[in-house]
Design a protein around this ligand. Structure first.
Ligand code: PBG
Length: 328
């Protein structure tokens, strides 16, 4: 009897109440992490390639976090735009306990303690060459030496009050080293969200404008970030990061890699997050500006797609807009 007309899949779609009742996936503000850019300047700085997104002074970061909390967004992610005179070949400013990142973490923990603070571990906002690590004479990003610095960077952020350390650098072995150091220093409840499957992507351009690394970057990041051709390798990356102590894993970029998200979730049954990255945000905004699509529909549909694929949550520049659309 499993046949038309007995079976009509349109029956359950007939009215909004029924569609709501049968929805397999639900999106709520609690699924969102809002990435924020910090400036050392005193004013809001709009980012041309990310229309609608600005860098904020620490006081503005606090205001955004209060906004997020009021909208039911549980967590913000911080990225600094380090002043040019504080960038260097080895990115030492990353270890300064009073750098922009640490100032913002402390201000948030003080003023908005109910919100989670996720911090980026990688050297690109601090290096004069825009790479995520230490570069040798041939231009190669050195793995082990970089990992040692990332451990110090993570400890610096944890000491300032970071709740989730999120290494975005793709060095081998860094999750285990960071976990070990956090345990030794007593930061037993500081989480690690590993950028486990991070691809060498063309979708990061506006982010590099936002943190000021775009014009500086020499070459590309293909010797450390993953080849977009690979999926099995993503599963190995995730397996290693989990084995080394990651509490959750991230896939990045987002929409072009939904297959990776679904495979990771099926294989490991752990919390998986996606980063709907700057180029994806810019693409949606460009489509809206061109009159090709409705922003609200694209925002909700793309975020729901991440949930359907298996994500526990999504980092998105559209987070506050999405939360408002959800009626927060
Ligand atoms: C670098 C980093 C990047 C992003 C987050 N951390 C860019 C890169 O790898 O060059 C991209 C995020 C986005 O595009 O929104 N550590």
């Amino acid at each position: 009897m499993s046949r038309y007309p007995a079976i009509r899949l349109r029956r359950t779609r007939v009215a909004p109440w029924s569609r709501r009742l049968h929805a397999e996936t639900v999106l709520t503000p609690a699924d969102l992490i809002w990435p924020l850019f910090i400036t050392a300047g005193g004013e809001e700085e709009p980012i041309a390639s990310l229309p609608g997104v600005s860098r904020w002074p620490v006081s503005g970061i606090v205001a955004r976090a209060k906004e997020a909390a009021a909208l039911g967004i549980p967590c913000v992610a911080l990225f600094p735009n380090t002043p040019a005179d504080k960038r260097s070949d080895e990115g030492e400013e990353a270890l300064n306990p009073d750098n922009l990142m640490c100032q913002a973490i402390r201000a948030l923990k003080d003023a908005v303690p109910e919100i989670g603070v996720l911090t980026d571990v990688a050297l690109d906002p601090y290096t004069s060459h825009g790479h995520d690590g230490l570069v040798d004479a041939a231009g190669y990003v050195r793995n082990d030496a970089t990992a040692d610095v990332l451990v110090q960077q993570a400890l610096n952020q944890a000491a300032a009050g970071a709740d989730i350390i999120a290494p975005s650098d793709m060095m081998d072995g860094r999750i285990g080293l960071i976990r070990e150091a956090l345990e030794e220093e007593g930061h037993v409840n500081v989480q690690i969200m590993a950028y486990a499957a991070k691809y060498a992507s063309g979708f990061y351009g506006p982010f590099r404008d936002a943190v000021g690394s775009r014009g500086r970057l020499k070459g590309d990041k293909k010797t450390y970030q993953m080849d977009p051709a690979n999926a099995e390798e993503a599963l190995r990356e995730v397996a290693l990061d989990l084995d080394e102590g990651a509490d959750s894993v991230m896939v990045k970029p987002g929409l072009p890699y939904l297959d990776i998200i679904a495979r990771v979730k099926a294989a490991f049954e752990v919390p998986v997050f996606a980063y709907q990255v700057s180029g994806e945000y810019a693409m949606i905004e460009a489509a809206v500006a061109a009159g090709a699509a409705e922003r609200d529909a694209l925002v909700l549909e793309t975020l729901l797609a991440f949930k359907r694929a298996g994500c526990s949550g999504v980092l998105s520049y559209h987070a506050p807009h999405a939360a408002r659309l959800m009626g927060a």
